[in-house]
Ligand binder design. Structure first.
Ligand SMILES: NC(=O)C1=CN([C@@H]2O[C@H](COP(=O)(O)OP(=O)(O)OC[C@H]3O[C@@H](n4cnc5c(N)ncnc54)[C@H](OP(=O)(O)O)[C@@H]3O)[C@@H](O)[C@H]2O)C=CC1
Ligand SMILES: O=C(O)C1=N[C@H](C(=O)O)C[C@H](O)C1
Length: 326
């Protein structure tokens, strides 16, 4: 059986993961848009808040649907369009009062062009799949569609290059949970201020996510990059990735009701002589922390686009720094 216990530890107590969490498209669009405007929004936008069109790509999936629901609840104008990786989709998804039409990949460019005509200040949010990150981003950049990229994976360098070259606006973050973002930001600060502070230390990393997660945790990769700057050498192949529900229940301690949606991370450091150890954990149950952060990210990006800010590429650190922490 896979041992969750990092080998280089002097602790005698078993590793216990907390059981509780702690930490003609255009015509159709015009028609739906008119209905959406005429009928009262589900929940009025909070006083002083903005409302703008938001298109969530990946509404057939868990994050896409959650973000679409949260957008409607926050009083944003949900564009009734989303996409699938499958060509033969004949499907609509009801989110509040909006009927979202799902299109296949070949319709993407035409449909998105019509969306821009109809909703020039639209913000796209992408929660699709790692292998779609670059092609989706390339298309948003080609069309000048500002986007929030929540989807992890893909080629990060190419992603940034596309945005830079197109001068499009984008907010890219593998982690939208604001408290987790703050933790990673603290790790980055430590790495910048005390490079080499953990030289010679041994690092073990374990991450557990719902079985459907295809890639390695993007958040873990970012945290490991900080440890590397702190002097730790780490081979990514050693990361323990748990996707098996039985192990998650019995070994990791994920509450049963969150087996289908959780993100538990553990980083364990041990000094060369085994006399000192450190543990960092961030354990998330459900998805509300990400949906909340994603809506803030979309609002933030919309403001930047409207004010024609000269900076074009953002991450969640920028969002937190501008006071969205609460
Ligand atoms: N940044 C953050 O804070 C977070 C990031 N994530 C990341 O978001 C992504 C999605 O996660 P999650 O919702 O849990 O995954 P799901 O598997 O539940 O959903 C992904 C959906 O994307 C759709 N999809 C795949 N390819 C395309 C495409 N080319 N165009 C449009 N839709 C597509 C799939 O539907 P279909 O079969 O119809 O194509 C699927 O329903 C992952 O990369 C995950 O790591 C998740 C949580 C938080
Ligand atoms: O797929 C997920 O669920 C998550 N993905 C992100 C990642 O890969 O870091 C963020 C969080 O771990 C949830």
């Amino acid at each position: 059986m896979l041992s969750v216990r990092p080998p280089h530890t002097t602790f005698s107590r078993p590793l216990i993961w907390p059981r509780q969490c702690r930490v003609s498209v255009a015509a159709a669009l015009r028609c739906v848009s008119a209905v959406a405007t005429a009928s009262a929004p589900e929940t009025a936008a909070p006083p002083g808040s903005v409302s703008f069109p938001i298109l969530v790509n990946g509404c057939t999936g868990n994050m896409g649907l959650s973000v679409a629901e949260a957008a409607a609840l926050r009083g944003l104008h949900l564009v009734p369009v989303s996409f699938s990786s499958r060509e033969k989709v004949d499907r609509t998804i009801q989110v509040g009062q909006t009927n979202i039409q799902i299109y296949g990949p070949s319709a993407r460019e035409d449909v998105l062009s019509s969306v821009i005509d109809e909703f020039p200040d639209v913000i796209v949010v992408d929660y699709t799949a790692p292998d779609s990150v670059n092609s989706n981003a390339d298309l948003y950049c080609k069309l000048g569609l500002p986007f929030v990229m929540g989807t992890t994976g893909g080629n990060k360098q190419l992603l940034y290059k596309s945005v830079q070259e197109s001068k499009n606006y984008a907010l890219i973050s593998p982690q939208m949970g604001k408290q987790v973002v703050a933790f990673v930001a603290a790790m980055k600060i430590m790495a910048e201020q005390f490079p080499g502070a953990f030289s010679g230390y041994h690092l073990e990393v374990l991450e557990s996510h719902q079985a459907g997660k295809r890639d390695t945790s993007g958040t873990a990769k970012d945290v490991i990059a900080c440890f590397e700057k702190l002097g730790v050498s780490y081979d990514m192949d050693r990361m323990v990735k748990i996707r098996d529900p039985e192990q998650q229940l019995e070994m990791v301690g994920v509450p049963e009701e969150h087996i289908d949606g959780h993100a538990f991370h553990l980083y364990h450091l041990t000094s060369p002589d085994d006399s000192v150890s450190f543990e960092f954990q961030h354990n998330v149950c459900g998805r509300s922390i990400y949906t909340e952060g994603t809506i803030d990210a979309a609002i933030f990006l919309h403001r930047k686009v409207q004010s024609k800010d000269s900076k074009r590429i953002y991450d969640m650190d920028d969002v937190l720094r501008e006071g969205y922490m609460h």
